[in-house]
Structures are given as structure tokens and as C-alpha cells.
Design a protein around this ligand. Structure first.
Ligand code: AMP
Length: 216
């Protein structure tokens, strides 16, 4: 069973994904998290991806598609997929792989937030560079020290993402509108179960809404 989180940067996909994984039994697949780990470890892919990510552009499909399809698992896998597909050709590649695996998309959760709110949220968002957990800062220059949930003996190393600067945020929102948003129509035309989620409320309100559509 595959659940896809679709929405612009700052819609809260990563935050909701962690709540979904805590409550329901899913393997979490986030292309953004995978790529940030590659960048952090300065791998070959990380070095290539970094320049695209910092500018707010999509990393070319040739690097992404393989990375994700290798992680889809077997027939009964329960995947929560965040950040993929990001354009029609990725959506087509995903369909092809799911058909080959006899898997289906159970639901696409399409999270909607207006641009002003997105920009607002992204200006105080940070992530742990160890576990990728999202954090909300009180102000953009706040220094947070928090115990890491994934490695309890460590402190999270919390940093504002390199791509959460105003120029890159503006670019990512444009890329979302031009390349990613057309996926909504693509899935509707294919009769894939796609639900619109109003993602303007509190984290808990949004999670309540999302939970209604996750079939266990
Ligand atoms: P995210 O954490 O999902 O906001 O992704 C951060 C950045 O990683 C994006 O702005 C892209 O540069 C890159 N990225 C993540 N997922 C993809 C994808 N499916 N295709 C291409 N680039 C991606």
C-alpha cells in the first residue's frame, strides 16, 4: 500500500509524515531527506544534487527515479512517499514500477496552503542534520538544542536548510506550480484516489484530517 504526500514546500509534508509513521505502520520514503543525507556525506550524488537543491531546482530525474524505485519493497510493503513524484515523468516512472510490482497508490494526500503562509513557515523552519526531524524556530536566528528522538544519546544538530533562503524558496514555489502541480490533474485523469487537504490549520488539526484517509 502506497500513500503519497503531495504539496508545495512548507505545506508540512515532513511534519505530517512523521506523525503518520508514528501512528500507522509505514516505511517512510522521503527523497528530500535522502538527498540531504547524500549532501551531508559529500557522496558523488550529494555533490551533484547540492547545486540543484540550493538553487531550488529539481535534481534531474535520472538520479532520483532509481533511488526511489529501489526502495518500494515487495507487494505488501506499506510506503509513505514524500517528495516524489515531483513532475509528470516521475509520476509515470512510479506508475510503471508499481504496476511491475503489482502495487497500487492507495491515496494521494494533496496538501494545500497559500503562498504567503508557505513563505512565513519556511522562514522559521529548521531540520536536524542527523535525523532530518523538522523543527520550528521562534526566530530565524534562534539556536535550538534538543535531544534527538532517533538517537536518544545525541543532541539534534539543528540547522536552517540551505535552500530555505528567500531566493530559493521563491524558486521552489515556482517549480512546484509549473512542474509538480500538474500531477494533480494527471492522477485525477487516471482515477487515482487523490484528496485535497486544507493544510492551513495546526499540525494536530491537519493530522486529524489526514488520518481519515489512511486506510489501515
Ligand atoms: P524537499 O525536502 O522534499 O523539500 O526537497 C528538497 C529538494 O530536494 C528539492 O527542492 C529538490 O531540489 C530536491 N528533490 C527532492 N525530491 C525530489 C524529486 N522527487 N525530484 C527532484 N528533486 C527532488
Amino acid at each position: 500500500m502506497n500513500v503519497i504526500l503531495l504539496g508545495p514546500p512548507g505545506a508540512g509534508k515532513g511534519t505530517q509524515a512523521r506523525k503518520i509513521v508514528d501512528e500507522f505502520d509505514f516505511d517512510y520514503i522521503s527523497t528530500g531527506d535522502m538527498l540531504r543525507k547524500e549532501v551531508e556525506s559529500a557522496s558523488r550524488l550529494g555533490k551533484i544534487a547540492k547545486s540543484y537543491m540550493n538553487k531550488g531546482d529539481l535534481v534531474p530525474d535520472s538520479y532520483i527515479v532509481e533511488m526511489i524505485v529501489d526502495n518500494l519493497g515487495e507487494l505488501n510493503a506499506r510506503n509513505l512517499i514524500d517528495g516524489f513524484p515531483r513532475n509528470i515523468s516521475q509520476a509515470e516512472a512510479l506508475n510503471e514500477k508499481l504496476t511491475e510490482n503489482q502495487q497500487k497508490i492507495a491515496v494521494v494526500l494533496h496538501m494545500n496552503v497559500d503562498d504567503e503562509e508557505l513563505i512565513n513557515r519556511l522562514s522559521t523552519r529548521a531540520v536536524c542534520i542527523l535525523c532530518q526531524a523538522p523543527f520550528k524556530l521562534k526566530s530565524p536566528d534562534e539556536n535550538l538544542i534538543v535531544k534527538c528522538n532517533n538517537s536518544p544519546n545525541k543532541d539534534c544538530i539543528i540547522k536552517v536548510r540551505d535552500d530555505d533562503n528567500p531566493k530559493s524558496v521563491a524558486r521552489r514555489i515556482t517549480v512546484y506550480k509549473n512542474e509538480t502541480f500538474p500531477i494533480v490533474k494527471y492522477y485525477k485523469d487516471l482515477n487515482v484516489n487523490l484528496v485535497d487537504i486544507d493544510a492551513r490549520g495546526t499540525e494536530d488539526e491537519i493530522f486529524q484530517e489526514i488520518s481519515k484517509f489512511i486506510v489501515v
